[in-house]
Design a protein around this ligand. Structure first.
Ligand SMILES: Nc1ncnc2c1ncn2[C@@H]1O[C@H](COP(=O)(O)OP(=O)(O)OP(=O)(O)O)[C@@H](O)[C@H]1O
Length: 816
């Protein structure tokens, strides 16, 4: 690059020279340089990105219009080129907007909307059109039909890359069999090397959009994903910005556009989650930043010998002795009642005393008298010398402020600090207050910290001690905490709009104020039931778990994280678990390694949850699929191609919590499965040995072979369900006994199907007749080591059939 530095100042016309090298950059050049950021860095990837952009838009458009999406994707091979066709049944596009949507970068409906949608930037589909045009030289062919119109519009469109404007080469009406929707046909250089990614994208889109019908036809494959539900995702609503997420420039713009006159009105009108109370808190925080707080000093104790009455009396002229004394007493008493007092508090207190005494004595205490009285008291409070620090030593007259500062600094610093050091520091800090131009001792926190730093630096220098950053911060906090917000009226909106620094104070105040998280009606999570159902549809596994977290906020944008896990069954056991990533219901196919989702999965100690994890970190091994969905009004992607979620700590925390929630379910499933396996082995052994022993015992003792089911149940800690029948007149009494020998409480669902009508059924059970059979239903809860009994009477020749649910097979012994 040419350097102009050496010639600067000597010659005129540098700006002109520079201007000569400045020129507009065409969209084509911009695209060429940045195509990797937009997801078009290779022919293989370009095709997948184009499909993704078109399908995402199609889903967004249909859902927004309340239409169940029906999307058809076709890829045709034509020599070195591929033709991509995407059709949707959305609301279609108007003749006016259609060219801009497809032919103008940075044109869209979602950039400013605080609402969850797949599209965010207004780049996607026009970038695909540009890619197609730059690689094939062919125009984009677009058909669109709006709801209710009798004909469709057909366009052929080229982007003027110098002007970033669409140029329509063909425009005609046409017929189309879809009643409404959009069809886009793009020819582009490409290849099908990313076939797997393309299939994954379509398949995973179907997993998280069970309300959509998707069809993909490509040279080697044809998939149809039918709708799993007719339920559209919950409708989302746009929300106003949250005070925690707006930048200074945006607030400046909002201030000049608002109809509100006061800051309070502006905050309540233009932002979400701001009512009167929150607006007041923001304004207080603004006052602290903009005007500073006032220091509150301790009033003198009775033994300090400071006579406030006398100070007031001396400052009050011509009011008569009685009224003056009453005025002075009222002020002195009110001050003495305070723990600490700031300048504006003193003014208010003087005004109150003046009004009271005027009422009683009929004497008017005007502005000047009040000011004089307040000045006198303030001087007495802040200028009067302290008594000697140590009466035995030479009396050192010091300001009372030193004692106050000493008390605060002493409490805020570690006990290891020498008393003299604290004292030296306190004197220096008090001196800073005394030297302040503003007699009211009004300081911003920054200015206070400067004073503390200066006093600490001097103390380090003269007392040769260290006064570290933590001590400085603690002292600043302690003093700031006793200082008080001032009651000054904040500026009006029109005054603020022209004042960048004051607006910046307001933005800081908005961020510093505790404000309820934004509402979540702008988000549409998949929900745990549908995540489980989606995983069940696509993966033949033994176990599924899902978790949907509550909404959180990152930079003012609400977000919800969801996670799902599928384990075992037909999922391949070799290699690392598969991580499926989704953002706003869109599968993320590329940049797995650069995604916060993957980072979090790798950082979890999966051994704790029963999965194999070589080295104790990284992706877990085994037959598992881990799915994560981040839904937000603004997903922070690492680049415009929207492949990977950036490492935002608030989002990473939620991803971790969601995965751990699902993983805990996996852990208990795996634990149970392991203990069941052990139990099965033990049962198999006992099942062989015990009958042999029973036989032997019977043989040796010459008795009948003993019943061993009870013994097995006890040894195995099993749940035993046993039928005991006893003849009773011309019928029989039946008892169903549940013995719970396990260590946990059990809830059973027992159905006893009997061939005759049961009588005198004990409480807690019901009998329903169906086709000559009676279904006796009983759902006992049986605590560990407890038993429950159901009794009824029935005909002698009745037949029974017992069905027990609620206890795993391996843990259950049924003896009927
Ligand atoms: N198939 C379609 N049916 C109806 N409207 C559409 C369709 N495709 C695009 N649009 C409209 O065109 C706009 C621009 O789409 P584009 O893909 O360029 O950006 P986006 O989806 O808003 O954001 P992103 O760049 O993040 O994908 C969308 O915001 C939407 O309003």
């Amino acid at each position: 690059m040419t350097s102009f530095q050496s010639t600067l100042g000597e010659e005129s016309g540098i700006a002109e020279e520079l201007a000569e090298s400045q020129q507009a950059i065409s969209i084509a050049e911009f695209f060429e340089k940045n195509k990797h950021m937009l997801g078009f860095d290779s022919g293989a990837r370009g095709l997948v990105t184009a499909v993704k952009e078109a399908v995402d838009n199609a889903l967004d458009a249909a859902e927004e219009a309340g239409i169940l999406p029906d999307i058809y994707v076709e890829i045709q091979e034509s020599g070195d080129y591929y033709t991509l066709i995407v059709e949707d049944n959305g609301p279609g596009l108007t003749k006016e907007s259609l060219p801009k949507v497809f032919g103008k970068l940075l044109y869209g409906s979602r950039f400013h909307a605080r609402e969850q949608s797949r599209g965010q930037q207004g780049i996607g589909i026009s970038a695909a059109v540009l890619y197609s045009q730059l690689t094939s030289g062919k125009p984009a062919k677009i058909t669109s039909r709006t709801q209710g119109s009798s004909e469709a519009e057909y366009f052929e469109l080229i982007v003027d890359t110098d002007e970033n404007e669409p140029e329509i080469s063909v425009e005609e009406t046409t017929s189309w069999d879809r009643p409404h929707g959009t069809r886009i046909e793009l020819e582009m250089e490409g290849n099908m090397r990313a076939r797997q990614q393309l299939h994954d994208y379509v398949k995973h889109t179907a997993v998280v959009n069970p309300h959509a019908r998707l069809e993909l036809e490509e040279p080697n494959a044809h998939f149809k994903f039918e709708r799993g539900t007719d339920q559209l995702p919950e409708e989302t609503e746009e929300i106003r910005p949250h005070p925690h997420g707006v930048e200074l420039g945006t607030v400046i713009k909002m201030l000049s556009a608002t109809d509100s006159q006061t800051i309070s009105g502006f905050l309540q009108e233009e932002f979400t989650r701001v009512g009167k109370k929150t607006a007041d808190s923001v304004i207080d925080a603004f006052r602290d930043r903009h005007y500073g707080r006032e220091m509150r000093w301790t009033p003198p104790a009775a033994d300090e010998g400071i006579d406030l009455q006398a100070a007031v009396s001396d400052a009050t002229a011509n009011k008569g002795p009685d009224a003056t004394a009453a005025f002075a007493d009222a002020i002195a008493d009110a001050v003495a009642d305070r723990e600490r007092i700031a300048h504006h508090e003193l003014l208010a207190l003087v005004a109150e005393a003046a009004d009271d005494v005027a009422g009683e004595h009929g004497t008017v205490f005007g502005e000047t008298v009040r000011e004089n009285a307040a000045d006198a008291v303030w001087n007495a409070l802040t200028d009067a010398p302290e008594e000697a620090v140590d009466p035995d030593e030479d009396a050192v007259a010091e300001s009372r402020l030193v004692a106050d500062c000493y008390e605060l600094a002493d409490a805020a610093t570690s006990t290891r600090k020498d008393d003299d050091v604290i004292h030296g520091f306190a004197s220096r800090l008090a001196a800073k207050f005394e030297d302040e131009d503003d007699d009211r001792h009004r300081l911003t926190r920054r200015r206070l910290r400067e004073h503390v730093d200066r006093a600490a630096d001097l103390t380090e220098e003269y007392d040769e001690v260290s006064f570290g950053d933590t001590a400085r911060e603690n002292v600043t906090d302690a003093v700031w905490d006793v200082m008080v917000t001032v009651p000054d009226d904040p500026p009006l909106v029109r005054e603020l709009a022209g004042d960048r620094d004051a607006t910046s104070d307001l933005v800081d105040a908005m961020r510093a104020t505790d404000i309820m998280a934004p509402p979540t009606r702008c988000l549409s999570p998949i929900t745990d039931d549908l995540i489980r159902a989606g995983l069940e549809k696509e993966f033949d596994a033994d176990f599924y778990a899902a978790a949907t977290r509550d909404a959180e906020v990152h930079s003012g944008d609400p977000f919800i994280v969801e996670a799902g896990i599928a384990y075992g069954g037909e999922i391949p056991a070799e290699g690392g678990a598969d991580v499926l990533r989704f953002a706003n219901r869109v599968p993320l196919v590329y940049q797995r390694g650069a995604c916060a989702t993957t980072d979090v999965v790798k950082s979890i100690g999966w051994r704790n949850y029963g999965l194999d994890q070589p080295g104790g970190s990284g992706l877990p091994n085994g037959p598992a699929v881990i799915m994560v969905h981040v839904a937000s009004t603004n997903v922070p992607f690492t680049s415009e191609s929207k492949d990977a979620i950036a490492n935002v700590p608030a989002i990473e925390d939620e991803i971790e919590l969601a995965i751990r929630e699902a993983a805990r379910e996996l852990k208990s499933f795996l634990n149970k499965r392991r203990s069941m396996e052990k139990r099965r082995k033990k049962q198999n052994v006992l099942g062989k040995i015990l009958p042999e022993m029973a036989e032997k015992v019977a043989e040796v003792t010459d008795r009948e072979e003993p019943e061993i089911d009870d013994a097995v149940a006890r040894i195995m800690n099993n749940v035993l369900v046993e039928r005991r029948c006893e003849a009773n007149g011309d019928g029989q009494s039946v008892s169903l006994v549940v013995e719970n020998h396990s260590s946990t409480n059990e809830s059973l669902e027992i159905t006893d199907i009997v061939s005759a009508e049961p009588r005198n059924l004990s409480e807690g059970a019901t009998a329903v007749e169906m086709d000559g059979e009676w279904f006796v239903k009983w759902e006992p809860e049986v605590s560990s080591e407890d038993e429950a009994v159901l009794e009824y009477e029935i005909a002698d020749d009745a037949a029974f059939d017992l069905d027990v649910k609620g206890v795993e097979g391996a843990k259950l012994t049924v003896n009927q």
